[in-house]
Structure formats: C-alpha cells, structure tokens
Write a protein that binds this ligand. Structure first.
Ligand SMILES: [Mn+2]
Length: 435
C-alpha cells in the first residue's frame, strides 16, 4: 500500500423515492431527516463522493416539494463540502429527461445527473458522457464512475450492434419475438460491456473503476411491497458477471433491502427509509466505500437513524389487537409529525361495523398515526377466491391484474403475460412524464 496517497472515500445510497405518499400520507419529514443526517455523515466521514443509484423520486412527475428536497440538499452539500462530487442516475421510477433537465446547473455544483443514454451515429453507445471523474480533495482524478442510468426496453431492443454479440440467446429470441426478454438482457449487457471498455481505455494507472447501475441482479432478495418490478424480473434478471474483477466497486440501486450480491464489491445500499411496512425489520443504511489506488480497501455500512417509527400490529382477532395497541408505548412529547405510523391487521369472523370506531377509540389521545386497517377473514378461507375480502390498496397493480386474469380465464397468467403487463405499465408511467 502506498502510504503517500490517502484513500478515496465514497458514500453509496439509492432508492430515496422522494415524494413518496404512504397510504395517502407524505414522508417529507422522514426524507428531510435522512438528508440532514446524510449531510452530517458526508462531513464527518470526509467523503470525496456521493453516489445515488437511482429512484431519486417516487414518481416520474415529482411534486415541487420533492424536487426542493433534492436540490436544497445538493446546494447545501456543495456549500459545506465544495470538493464533494455527487453522481445521480435515474432509476425505473424516475423520468430520465426530468433528472437531466437541471444538469447544466448542477455541474456547477460538482453534481452529475445522468438520466438517459445517448447513441452515436454509428449505433454505438456514447460512453464518454457516462464516465464521471471522481476527484480527491486536491482535485486529482482518482477514480472513474461508470454512471449508467436505468435502461428502458425501447432504448436497447432492436438496436443494431447491441444484440448481435450474444449469440447464445438469439435462438430463443425467434420464439420470444422481437421484444423478447433475451433481446433486452443482451442489449443491457452489451451497454455495460461497451461502457466498461471505454472506461478501461480512459483510466490511468492507479485510477479505480466504480460502476453505478439501477438493475435487478440475479440471486438478490426483493421487497415486493414497494419495488415496481423492472420489466425483467426473477429468472430474467442480470448476472453479476456483468461486472468483471477490475471494477473495484459496483453501487447498485433498485432493490430496497441492503445486500451484497455474491461478493463484497457488488452491493445494493437499499433505501434510506422503509417504504413499506414489510421493510421495517432491518436497519436501513448507506455504504461507505474506501478505495486505495485502483482497488477496494473496504466497505462499512452506516445505519441511518429512523426518524419516524413504523409499527405493525397483528394479524390477530380484534380483542388481541386492541390489547397489543394498549400495550404500545407512545411518546406524547413528540411533535405530531414524528408520531409513529401504525398499521393494524385484524382477523374477523364476519362483518364488524364498529371496527373503525373501536380502533379510533383505542387511539384516542395516543401519539400514534393510524395509516391503515387491514382486515382478513380467515374462516372464509378455502371458499371461492371472490369471497375473500381484499382492498384495492392492499394489492399492487400486478397482483390486481393477476387476479383479474385468473377470474376471467380460469387459469393463472403465465410469465410472458405478466412481463407484457409490466411493460405496458412502464409505458403508461413514462407517458405520464411526457404529458
Ligand atoms: Mn426503488
């Protein structure tokens, strides 16, 4: 190890989902608390760069308030850490165009926002604009960030020069059709390869390569409550072998649970706040990445304090749930905007007209915010699916579609149909951005 060269320090985070509404409630306070903590952490850790691996916003048309959170943070981070490089990529929830709109302004703040990939006339990737230099406190380039925004199928499929390479999958393409998954996977893989080749050409000795991607890697654990599946999912996910050994670190976004994929240099940082009640059971975190020369020296996970608790009661019968509720400790000193979010899950034998009233009565005077009552009728199980009560809010669009399909055709939708539905849904979301 060369003692003369201090290490380069990066903080990796992703899936902020600024502007998320949670069963109708806004989460600005939680995002604000996270961003304040992040700023102090960047300062305390003397970070050289911040990498945000996609899903900056929750929707393609974020509210002004959500945009304010992001841009206020960037300005303040630059004021307090003028040497900090910030790299942002668009995720599948983001509009690539929107993320890039203020890019010229952000460059003045050492911030690089990559929302789209561009193509040269010859059909090959414009890799140059996706290669961001990461500099140390003296301004010397110590690493190159390969900042690859989320790629929509329409951006890579059917593109000459992208799919030809992957000959093994071309046979399956005949069967799957022109927009089949293999074209998409092969296209994404080729984009990664072209970007890595360009980065290798550009790097000087001792400069590290750091990749950023918003993608679903094979073998990683999903959180079904809040991740909108990338059109490809499960078996069609990408292989970690896309990132060869000479990439010192891979900063991934998309999956909300923090995890490494196979090896410590390939990681999901996970989302900074739980985006669903199913995501409360693990510590949310950012990853501190230390590079020495062109190699990874180590990673450390930094737990993010939870500013608002998420509490889930039940599932149990109403009396048990009310007892559980009574036993909960709340803090009347907390400002109302910090009161815990509460989900109450109740098993019922039949209609219970005063359900809401009894829960509300139990909550009277408590420093708790009821977000949702989820009811189940366990005794009705085993009857026709239609007799089971579900609310629209408890089903995502995918699950709702799957149920409707099964009811209509009497058999479950196959993978191709589910994929086509996901593709259509992404198109609808994207069209909203252009509207
Ligand atoms: Mn996400």
């Amino acid at each position: 190890m060369d003692a003369a060269e201090p290490a380069l320090k990066l903080i990796h985070t992703s899936d902020w989902h600024l502007g998320q509404t949670f069963h109708g409630q806004e989460r600005h306070v939680e995002h604000q608390a996270f961003l304040a903590w992040l700023l102090e952490t960047l300062i305390a850790r003397q970070a050289d760069a911040l990498l945000v691996a996609g899903d900056l916003f929750d929707v393609v048309n974020p509210s002004l308030k959500a945009q304010e959170l992001l841009y206020d943070f960037i300005v303040e981070a630059h004021q307090r850490l003028p040497a900090l490089d910030i790299v942002l990529i668009a995720g599948n929830h983001d509009s690539g165009n929107r993320v890039e709109l203020p890019a010229p302004l952000m460059r003045r703040l050492n911030t690089h926002a990559l929302g789209r990939v561009h193509w040269r006339d010859g059909g090959e990737l414009d890799a140059e604009r996706l290669l961001v230099p990461l500099t140390d406190a003296e301004g010397a380039t110590r690493a190159w960030c390969l900042a690859l925004p989320f790629l929509r199928p329409a951006e890579v499929t059917g593109r000459t020069g992208l799919t030809a390479k992957d000959s093994e999958s071309s046979g399956a393409n005949d069967r799957k059709g022109a927009n089949g998954r293999n074209d998409y996977v092969a296209g994404i893989s080729a984009v990664h390869e072209q970007l890595i080749t360009a980065a290798r050409d550009k790097r000087q000795p001792d400069q590290a390569l750091v990749a950023m991607s918003h993608a679903h890697l094979r073998g990683a654990a999903v959180s079904e409550g809040s991740e909108r599946p990338i059109v490809i999912g499960g078996e069609e996910s990408l292989s970690a072998s896309l990132f060869p050994e000479d990439i010192a670190y891979v900063a991934l976004g998309h999956l909300h649970r923090p995890q490494q994929v196979g090896e410590p240099r390939i990681r999901y940082s996970g989302s900074p706040i739980p985006l669903d009640f199913s995501e409360v059971d693990y510590p949310h975190q950012v990853v501190e990445v230390t590079l020495e020369g062109d190699a990874l020296a180590g990673t450390e996970t930094l737990p993010i304090p939870r500013s608002v608790a998420l509490i889930r009661l039940g599932p149990a019968d109403l009396d048990s749930v009310l007892t559980e509720l009574d036993a909960l400790e709340d803090d009347p000193e907390l400002p109302a905007e910090r009161w815990p979010w509460l989900e109450v899950r109740v098993d019922l034998d039949g209609p219970q007209p005063d359900l809401r009233g009894r829960i509300d009565a139990a909550l009277e005077g408590r420093a708790l915010r009821l977000l949702r009552i989820h009811t189940r009728y366990p005794k009705a199980r085993g009857e026709a699916p239609g007799s089971r009560r579900v609310t629209l809010g408890s089903l995502g669009p995918q699950a709702l579609f799957a149920r409707a399909w099964e009811e209509e055709y009497g058999e479950p939708a196959d993978d191709q149909v589910k994929r086509d539905f996901a593709l259509l849904m992404q198109d609808v979301m994207d069209a909203e951005a252009d509207a």
